[in-house]
Design a protein around this ligand. Structure first.
Ligand SMILES: [Zn+2]
Length: 119
């Protein structure tokens, strides 16, 4: 006898075709909607972090080039885990960018803030 198969959505025992995964269309739709919404939430959360990071860098760097501290960035809620790209210079320094705004960690908690000119 086959192992009991359960609906992926509600966990009810399934009968009938061996490839059946859901009780009915309602369970199928429910399951798929949940999948979609959790992956959508992940994308939305990361987009929000990136937009916030960009806004903080823009706020601290209105002139396009300046210095700040890691403390100030953290106090504004900057998340160092997320950036859109990184750029390594020939002398081995790595800039991280959130869209067009970038930063380079310096010594003693100082950060150089830059703005990339798109062309
Ligand atoms: Zn079900």
């Amino acid at each position: 006898m086959d192992a009991e198969r359960l609906c992926l959505d509600c966990g009810t025992a399934l009968h009938g075709r061996a490839d059946k995964k859901f009780c009915n269309d309602l369970c199928r739709n429910n399951y798929n909607n949940q999948l979609n919404s959790s992956s959508y939430n992940l994308v939305r959360n990361i987009n929000n972090i990136l937009r916030k990071n960009r806004r903080i860098l823009e706020e601290l760097n209105p002139g396009g080039k300046t210095k700040t501290t890691g403390k100030k960035l953290s106090a504004k809620g900057f998340d160092f885990e997320y950036h859109t790209r990184s750029y390594q210079t020939q002398n081995g320094k790595t800039y991280h960018f959130c869209y067009e705004y970038g930063y380079l960690p310096l010594d003693n908690d100082e950060f150089l803030l830059v703005k990339r000119v798109e062309n």
